[in-house]
Ligand binder design. Structure first.
Ligand code: 5GP
Ligand code: ZN
Length: 116
């Protein structure tokens, strides 16, 4: 179920280019076009969800995969021991810009402890 106007749906489908690092039946992971850290990967559901507000129990397997792929990606990036941050932005006050749910995986250098 792709949203025709959604840039991340087009990335899942391969209709616009991206630096994909992982894809399975549930999720796709690719490098952020404007990285804020040496590792900046976006993990997204293959099917269009606008944000965490769209999640229901039906999405449990996909949502679980969004998290369980993290240690696999972190291992490939060499940041398991050094650590990383996971961020999901929802809605205007959450600074969500792209309206296809996504999890940011950021690592490769020490980040400020405070949120923000
Ligand atoms: P948000 O603020 O919505 O949580 O973050 C959206 C992220 O998507 C931003 O970090 C931005 O750099 C990234 N982004 C936006 N458009 C594209 C694109 O076409 N390709 C890739 N790889 N990343 C994108
Ligand atoms: Zn989408």
């Amino acid at each position: 179920m792709a949203n025709q106007d959604c840039i991340f749906c087009k990335i899942v489908a391969g209709e616009i280019p991206s630096d994909k690092v992982f894809q399975d039946e549930w999720v796709t992971a690719f490098r952020d076009i404007n990285p804020l850290a040496p590792t900046h990967i976006l993990i997204i559901p293959n099917n269009h969800l606008t944000s965490t507000n769209d999640l229901t129990p039906y999405h449990a397997a996909m949502a679980g995969r969004m998290l369980t792929v993290v240690p696999e990606l972190a291992a490939k990036e060499g940041i398991v021991e050094s650590g990383y941050r996971l961020i999901m932005n929802t809605g205007p006050d959450g600074n969500q810009v792209v309206m296809h749910m996504h999890l940011h995986l950021l690592g490769g250098h020490r980040m400020k402890h405070a949120m923000g």
